[in-house]
Design a protein around this ligand. Sequence first.
Ligand SMILES: *Cc1c(COP(=O)(O)O)cnc(C)c1O
Length: 219
Amino acid sequence: MVGDASAALAARWQALQQQLPPATRLLAVSKGQPAERIRALAALGQRSFGESRLQEAEAKQKALADLPPLDWHFIGRLQANKARGVLRRFGTIHSLDNLPLALRLQRIAVEEGLQPRVFLQVKLLPDAAKAGFELEALDQLWPQLQALAPLQLAGLMTIAPLGLDSAGSRALFASCAALAARLGLPELSMGMSGDWPEAVAAGSTWVRLGSVLFGPREA
Ligand SMILES: *Cc1c(COP(=O)(O)O)cnc(C)c1O
C-alpha cells in the first residue's frame, strides 16, 4: 500500500477509536479489502476484524499467518454448508438467524471441540432484504436457544433497514438493547458506517465499521 493511503487509514482508525466510549469496541469490517490493509491496522493495535465470506477470509488469514493471532468475526449470511469452515476460521459469529443453523453449529462445535461466541441476529422492523429472528419467534425459541452449549450466546446483533432516519435508528437500537437486557445478554452488535453514533448512544458494545474506516470497498 502506498504511504498516503496507509496514513489516511491510520488517521481514520485513530479518530474513530477516540470517539468510541470504552464500552464500545470497533470491529473493522475488512470484507472487500486486501490483506495488506488488515496488516496496516493490526500494526496500529486493531485485533478484531469482520468478514462476510468464508473463502475471502481464508485467503486473507493465510496471507496474514505470520502475525500474532487476530480476532476474526463472521458477519455475513451463514449458509449451512459453510458452517464447519466458518467455525474453524472464526471465533465469533454475528449472524446466527435460525434454529436449524444453531443446532448445526452446536453439533459441529462439539465435534470440533470449539466454543464459539455467537450473536443472535434479530429483525425488529420489517426488512425484506435482511435475515434475523423476529421478536415473536425469538421469544418462542428462547428456551432452545439458551441450551446451545458449547456455543456461547454473547448477545444480539441487528442491522437497521436501509433509509431509516437517525431518530428511527435510535429507536430501533434502543429496542434491541432493551430486548438484550430482558434476555440477560450482555453484548450488542449494532451500528455500521451510516448509523454507528446512534448505536453507541443506545449502548452498542460492537460497532461494525467498513467504509467509514477503510474508505469505499474495492470488491
Ligand atoms: C458490510 C457490513 C458492515 C459494514 O458496512 P459499512 O456500512 O461499510 O460500515 C457491517 N455489518 C454487516 C453485517 C455488513 O455486512
